[in-house]
Unconditional design. Sequence first.
Length: 129
Amino acid sequence: MNDAKEKRLSAVLLDLLGPDGLVRLAEWKGGTRLYVCHPAGADGSELARQVGAEAARKLGRRYGGDYIRVPLARELRARHYRAANHSNAEIAKRLGMSESGVDRLFNAMPNKPVKGSRDPRQGELFPTT
């Protein structure tokens, strides 16, 4: 998939699922093709177990019966992990890249996230309790 198509798909998925939903989807299937079932069959699907029933239904309404190439969403995920106070080493491991790659990724961002700087409106994706 070319860069422009991936950016458009990422934007659509972000709008459809929200940041937490896209992070979960990218962690599960990022970089691979995913068959999206129709909304009627979404509730008991592996997709629903991985990203939640509502997200699976939303994907089914938009892409049901088609394959999508799930983006890696590295920048979004890096911001998400930084907001959760992860170190660059932990972020690198989660993103499958080097620590210097994580440094370059953050340095290229217009608004560099500071460790622990998550939006207070954002829910916890990985609660500690």
